[in-house]
Design a protein around this ligand. Sequence first.
Ligand code: HEC
Ligand code: HEC
Length: 217
Amino acid sequence: MGIKGTTAAATLLAALAVLASACERNASEPSAPAATANEVNGLKTPAAFAAIEGDEERSAALFTELSKVMLHPRCANCHPREGGPTQGDDMHPHNPPAVRGFGMGAAGMECSSCHGPANVEFASMVGSIPGAEPWMLAPESMGWAGASPAELCAQIKDEDLNGGRTLDDLVFHNTEDHLVNWAWHPGEGRSPAPGDQETFGALTAAWAAAGGHCPAG
Ligand code: HEC
Ligand code: HEC
């Protein structure tokens, strides 16, 4: 091959490389949310469990699925078992230090001194202060960060711990509560919980309708 041939081959190779990287870019671009009937943004819908015949088994499987949301850092950071709130996907202690107080924070340093009714983007860097009204810490009896799905299930069904809620009340809370809703709109710099609130509410309703059974373990 002469010099000309080499140049032509090099040009061809360069063209191929451009094509290949274009393909890669396409592949890594976020695709439309997977809107199959059985899954929404990484959370299975109740339809995915319809084939399980036994109520007890289906109910337990539905709970295991919905626990992926409840144990996600966007929820669990506000539902610690003890101590103050945590932050981020690694659930590190809240910085600046925030204490439990009466759920609203320490006197003079209430959660609302920093957290407003909506997310606020940082002016000087990427990220945001999360916000929703009223932004406060869940009481210790409703702390479940780090629990297993089985432990979480037993705890949130216990009316002595859950604020006197029946299964129907839990369905309503998960479907309608706006602090729950925040987990899918967590603001700049934070990943949302899997699925969406509608699917999460539907899973909770299907779990309760099948008897509110808990997974083993
Ligand atoms: C002095 C200001 C301040 C106070 C008081 C405060 N926070 Fe925060 N909080 C922040 C800031 C700033 C962030 C965001 C940090 C970041 O993303 O880098 C944050 C983040 C959080 C997060 C993390 C959300 C997530 O999923 O990552 C939770 C939960 C939280 N705060 C709860 C509370 C609660 C509950 C209280 C009251 C007991 C409280 N905070 C009091 C400033 C404050
Ligand atoms: C900003 C903090 C905050 C966030 C974020 C948050 N919660 Fe809560 N949660 C609370 C507080 C405060 C209560 C107590 C309010 C009450 O009893 O009415 C509570 C109560 C609950 C309860 C009532 C029963 C019980 O035993 O816990 C459920 C269920 C619940 N939250 C689910 C969730 C889920 C699911 C998410 C995420 C999708 C979430 N929460 C995110 C603060 C939060």
